[in-house]
Ligand binder design. Structure first.
Ligand SMILES: [Zn+2]
Length: 279
């Protein structure tokens, strides 16, 4: 995917490869005869999902989420069918970047498919921050929940993906919808997790939004198409309802982290239905 200019900034949707999640879980209450038309399942009922971290390049180089990384064991690898022949390190290199170039890493939330790539295992077997110069920004609500998981969300949280950031002194916890660097704001959505946040990027009078798991793929634009994984689906519904209206009215460029085909696009209303026009 080529770089997307946004005012004085450049947006680079990168790839950490693909994985597969149960189609029923991905679409919640939507019956299979409906979702299988837009997201065809494999023999194990799983649908293909991308992992697409975003680099925002301006005076600073930001990375939003970092994919699953390479600490996954064989059991999880089998369940989730990771396809990472080409992963984030390749994508960074293709963009002329190295891990040293990243100044700030921002977490939408700490599920493994977003935060796994925040840390890496060194030659001595120890896990530490992967981006040596970066500070890492995490919402405190999400941090607290990740460290005290319950039976419903435990399978998504692995301490080795984020605790080493705190131990290395590179973690910055934020409580509010802070501005990370000029034009880049955190915005809590809740819904998927209590502390789930999306990232808005503004420059030159234009706005792009990295919507993360609020709208993981373009198939999740219709209001009731909400993941079964969401802890607070009614919160997702209400946030999504208001946000889709706003995104349409203000012509936001939306960045889809998990869509296997479409990395970015604009909402369009056709015959009363919302669609995504790829950018
Ligand atoms: Zn998630």
């Amino acid at each position: 995917m080529p770089a997307l200019p946004l005012g004085d900034l450049e947006l680079l949707p990168l790839s950490d490869g693909y994985f597969a999640l149960d189609g029923g879980a991905m679409f919640g209450v939507v019956p299979k005869p409906l979702w299988e038309r837009v997201a065809p399942p494999d023999a194990r009922n799983r649908i293909r999902m991308a992992m697409r971290p975003l680099v925002v390049r301006g005076r600073h180089t930001l990375l939003i989420d970092a994919g699953v990384g390479d600490k996954v064991d064989a059991k999880a690898g089998g369940i989730y069918g990771f396809d990472r022949d080409r992963h984030l390190a390749h994508a960074l290199a293709d963009a002329g970047l190295t891990e040293d170039d990243i100044d700030i890493v921002v977490a939408t939330h700490l599920h493994f498919d977003h935060a796994g790539g925040f840390t890496s295992r060194g030659r001595d077997g120890r896990v530490g921050p992967r981006f040596p110069r970066a500070r890492y920004i995490v919402r405190r609500q999400e941090w607290d929940d990740a460290l005290t998981p319950h039976e419903r969300n435990r399978a998504s949280y692995f301490n080795e993906n984020y605790v080493p950031l705190r131990d290395a002194g590179v973690l910055e916890l934020v409580d509010d919808d802070a501005e990370v660097v000029p034009g880049v704001h955190l915005r809590r959505t809740g819904g998927h997790t209590r502390g789930h946040q999306m990232i808005t990027i503004e420059s030159g009078g234009r706005t792009a939004v990295f919507v993360a798991d609020l709208i993981p793929t373009t198939a999740h634009v219709p209001l009731p198409w909400i993941m079964g994984y969401d802890l607070y689906p009614m919160e997702t519904l209400e946030f999504k309802r208001a946000f889709l209206r706003e995104a349409l009215d203000r012509e936001y460029l939306l960045l889809f982290e998990h869509d296997p085909v479409t990395a970015a696009g604009y909402l369009r209303e056709r015959n009363g239905k919302l669609e995504v026009e790829p950018a």
